[in-house]
Design a protein around this ligand. Structure first.
Ligand code: MTE
Length: 320
């Protein structure tokens, strides 16, 4: 797939940053750390250099201790919303935004069930009432590009706790809407529909795993998975399933779309791993959208401190 992007698009990113600075300042006022954090926010570090061995050290240090944010340069909103993978609408990256324009997401409900004590259908309005947080995450696509995205959402754990998984539940299965009238590319056989994904229960309960309902301070645009999508920052982007309608707690490893499509190319785990090449290309480097040159890809996309323990003792070459 050819990469094409307008490098010189102007964005309302500065407006967002100003508002964000204001909101953060208000929330932090009176706390001991307020002054330091506010100073950092008002005086952001210079953009990370584009090439060179030192880059990774800088980039790694840029992720905060719990992984919830990074001081790396945010990818402009025009790039985040015009360079997409969403096969239900279009198989080209620059074709998704226009194909998804007008996607109707009201009414919308997410059915959560399976091995749980309290199955429940959550209306989207109910999901939007969960306490929303901002999470600035790196997204690394399996194709070799990456972005830094300020998501709005809430930990998936909060939703799963409400339905009370039974002790038999070991995995979580996710499903995208199936409606060829609203997702026209589902008329084609380019993938098996609906798009499905899965996580191990401990991955799903990890505090970094969120359901996103917005980005920058906008409602989630159709092309990014409106009205609600999964975001798992230490895994390749395709694990972050969009426009979710069903979440099922199960005992066995659930099917995952790209794994069904090409099992030798896409494993169930799909952790970002520079040491495991895709059979047709290396995963050692990535191109940050909006920058020139390539940077080294980090194990677990830079979130090793937060998630490496989940895979202790596992052979990550076999479990790719
Ligand atoms: N979810 C659905 N339902 N359909 C898709 O085609 N593409 C995946 C993932 N989620 C996809 C999906 C892939 S390959 C990537 S890289 C990310 O979405 C891209 O997310 P973004 O367009 O918001 O950057």
């Amino acid at each position: 797939m050819a990469e094409k992007i307008n490098e010189d698009k102007i964005t309302d990113q500065q407006t967002y940053l100003n508002r964000r600075t204001f909101m953060r300042a208000a929330a932090l006022a009176g706390t001991a750390t307020a002054t330091t954090l506010l100073y950092r926010r008002l005086n952001p570090p210079p953009p990370v250099p584009v090439e060179g061995e030192k880059l990774n050290d800088v980039a790694k240090a840029a992720i905060d201790g719990n992984g919830f944010t990074t001081n790396e340069r945010l990818t402009p909103i025009t790039d985040i919303t015009n360079y997409n993978n969403f096969y239900e609408f279009d198989t080209t990256k620059d074709g998704v935004a226009s194909a998804a324009r007008g996607f109707v997401t009201q009414p919308w409900a997410v059915e959560v069930g399976g091995l749980v004590h309290k199955p429940k259908i959550f209306d989207i309005d109910e999901l939007l009432k969960f306490p929303l947080e901002e999470r600035v995450y790196r997204l690394r696509c399996v194709e070799g590009w990456s972005m830094v995205i300020p998501w709005i959402g809430f930990p998936l754990k909060k939703l799963l706790e409400k339905v009370e998984p039974t002790p038999q539940a070991r995995y979580v299965a996710f499903e995208t809407l199936l409606d060829p009238k609203r997702m026209p590319n589902q008329e084609t056989g380019v993938l098996d529909w609906p798009y499905v994904e899965g996580l191990r229960l401990d991955e799903a309960m990890h505090p970094l795993t969120i359901l996103a309902t917005g980005l920058y301070d906008e409602k989630l645009p159709p092309q990014n998975g409106a009205p609600v999508r999964l975001v798992v920052p230490w895994k390749y982007g395709f694990k972050s399933i969009k426009s979710v309608v069903k979440i099922t707690l199960v005992a066995d490893e659930p099917p995952a779309t790209w794994n069904i499509q090409a099992p030798h190319e896409y494993g169930f785990y799909s952790n970002v791993n520079p040491n495991v090449s895709h059979p047709r290309w290396s995963q050692a480097t990535e191109r940050r959208i909006g920058e020139f040159g390539r940077r080294k890809t980090l194990l677990f996309n830079g979130y090793a401190d937060q998630v490496a323990h989940l895979y202790q003792g596992m052979d990550l070459v076999r479990n790719f």
